[in-house]
Design a protein around this ligand. Structure first.
Ligand SMILES: NC(=O)c1cc2c(N)ncc(C(N)=O)c2s1
Length: 323
């Protein structure tokens, strides 16, 4: 639309069109890693929306893409008590540990079980709460029971939806991480500016989410993979594998390299596959998470004080430092 000043009615209509189009383009770019328009087209539409919102601030909405660039400087982070504990995982370091886990699970379940295997992302665990489809709170894991409220910083993470594809109330957990490319670029910029560099992408992601200036967090190219549903609301999934697909359908970014394994041998093959492929991934992983796929069996097996009996994290040895 031309530069002419729009009436409020025209501006209302046009800003709605622009928001829908820009949010769809952003979803394709940040969530699906599959942009369908050139950056300059996105930028031109974005600029038009900024002009309309500058003329008519009352048209700025919760899910406008202009609200994701940060700008608030917080005084601190409030504490958040998680409605459902963010558990930790028992670790496995060898095939023998894995076979022991499988034996325990099958004994407790009283039958062979299938496993959902997922890459263990080396980032910062986060919890995202939505009410009627709108993002209302984001928090760090903290000690598993009490974390920090980092909602404002998470609003600047482009792959986190501000509005879900369904107007439902859920709480989901996942990992916020920085890609290897974003990490290298950030450290190069910091080195050139005479600043300390981050030791690894995980520290860089954690440091970025702990920024009190949300504009800094917004500049750090953070990304997410969501993998756990804490409060299902009306979600129907009865298995972990289905829950991951439902998370994607709601608009979350979910890691595509998951695998449903019918035997522990299949699990071991998946572990060996990604131990080899680890260096080719765009992000760092520190292992594989193996979960009993069926939620009813997960409920039967329950938790120890610290961790679920129905999951284990197979940890890779640290990657050799690049010389
Ligand atoms: N501590 C935990 O429970 C988990 C930690 C992680 C992680 N860092 N990455 C991926 C998953 C996953 N796909 O389940 C989990 S689960």
């Amino acid at each position: 639309m031309s530069e002419k000043l729009l009436t409020l009615e025209e501006a209302t209509e046009r800003s709605k069109e622009l928001r829908q189009q820009l949010n769809q383009y952003a979803f394709e770019y940040y969530d699906e890693d599959n942009p369908t328009v050139e950056d300059y087209i996105y930028d031109r539409l974005y600029t038009e929306l900024v002009q309309i919102e500058t003329t008519y601030p009352e048209l700025i909405t919760f899910d406008s893409p202009t609200q994701r660039v940060g700008g608030k400087v917080l005084k601190g982070f409030e504490k958040v008590t998680h409605s459902v504990q963010m558990y930790s995982l028992n670790d496995a370091f060898s095939k023998e540990d894995l076979l022991d886990f499988d034996e325990r699970v099958q004994k407790l379940a009283g039958k062979p079980v299938s496993y959902c295997c997922e890459l263990k992302i080396d980032g910062l665990a986060i919890s995202l709460k939505y009410e009627n489809g709108r993002f209302v709170q984001g928090a760090t894991r903290g000690d598993g029971n009490v974390g920090e409220n980092i909602t404002e910083n998470l609003k600047t993470v482009k792959s986190i939806p501000m509005v879900l594809k369904e107007p439902i109330s859920v709480e989901v957990r996942g990992e916020c991480y920085m890609s290897k490319q974003a990490f290298a670029q950030l450290n190069q910029e910091r080195e050139e500016a005479g600043q300390d560099v981050f030791a690894n992408p995980r520290n860089a992601a954690a440091g970025s989410l702990r920024q009190l200036d949300t504009k800094i967090a917004s500049s750090r190219q953070l990304n997410t993979f969501l993998y756990t549903v804490a409060d299902f609301g009306p979600m129907k999934a009865e298995t972990q594998f289905d829950a991951l697909n439902e998370l994607s359908a709601l608009g979350f970014r979910s890691n595509p390299k998951k695998k449903l394994c019918e035997t522990i041998e299949e699990v071991w093959a998946y572990i060996e596959e990604f131990h080899e492929k680890r260096s080719e991934l765009a992000y760092e992983i520190d292992g594989i998470v193996i979960k009993v796929n069926d939620f009813d069996i997960q409920d039967e097996l329950g938790f120890t004080v610290k961790a679920p009996r129905w999951a284990i994290a197979y940890k890779f040895p640290p990657e050799e430092a690049k010389t």
